[in-house]
Design a binder for this molecule. Structure first.
Ligand code: BG6
Ligand code: MG
Length: 218
């Protein structure tokens, strides 16, 4: 049987944490008198903490000192951490365990490719870390998505060629990163937003075992 590398984004793919990032950024933006829409929030998904704050400040036409920037990033993360402190495995998104089990049973490579510096903490909280052969997160890369670095590093750690990797992503930046890495991109979410992906599914409940088997055979 072929061995492929299946690389999962974390926030909004494995766990429902995209809503917590949104809440924390929104509150921070409000404190600066900046409002942003859910549509604009799509541009923050998959993007690093630094880049997210830069974008929000640009939307609000605000310039701040380096010190204030560092302070605001810490404040955002503090609020975000207070949400994830309460997390447990009930926040694993539907059918993630089922898909992971199929991949384990079929002896496929499984990796995490996340922009978050909190990724390992979250995987521990929801007790999924043991299933991953490789973990690449925001602490391990110098270039954030849409740069393909995070996925290319994950492929290298799995010892699988990029062309034999499949990426699950809920963000525009992440789909772009997977495409640039020459991997198969699978968008999880709204097809109007993730139109650049090779395939789009609303969530993992729409992904059949047959679909996975066909990806492995390719
Ligand atoms: C991504 C999220 O996974 O990680 C972004 O989609 C987030 O919303 C980014 O900003 C960085 O996360 P963290 O936990 O390092 O602030
Ligand atoms: Mg995501």
């Amino acid at each position: 049987m072929n061995k492929k590398g299946f690389i999962f984004d974390l926030d909004g793919v494995i766990v429902d944490t995209a809503k917590y990032h949104f809440l924390a950024w929104q509150r921070l933006a409000k404190s600066l008198d900046i409002n942003f829409t859910e549509e604009e929030n799509e541009q923050l998904k998959g993007v690093s903490r630094v880049r997210s704050l830069e974008k929000i400040l640009a939307w609000g036409n605000k310039t701040i000192s380096k010190e204030q920037f560092t302070l605001l990033m810490a404040k955002k993360n503090e609020e975000y951490l207070s949400y994830i402190a309460e997390m447990d495995s009930s926040e694993i998104l539907p059918d993630i365990p089922k898909i992971l089990n199929i991949l384990i049973e079929k002896k496929q490579g499984i990796a995490l490719g996340s922009a978050s510096k909190n990724a390992r903490t979250i995987l521990d909280r929801v007790d999924l870390k043991k299933h991953f052969d490789a973990i690449v997160d925001g602490n391990d890369v110098s270039k954030a998505k849409p740069d393909p670095e995070v996925f290319l590093n994950a492929a290298k750690m799995l010892n699988i060629e990029p062309a034999d990797c499949i990426v699950f992503e809920d963000s525009v930046a992440g789909v772009e990163a997977a495409n640039t890495a020459n991997m198969i991109s699978i968008g999880i979410g709204n097809s109007n937003v993730l139109g650049q992906a090779d395939f789009v599914f609303r969530d993992f409940t729409e992904i059949s075992e047959e679909f996975i088997t066909n990806l492995i055979k390719k």
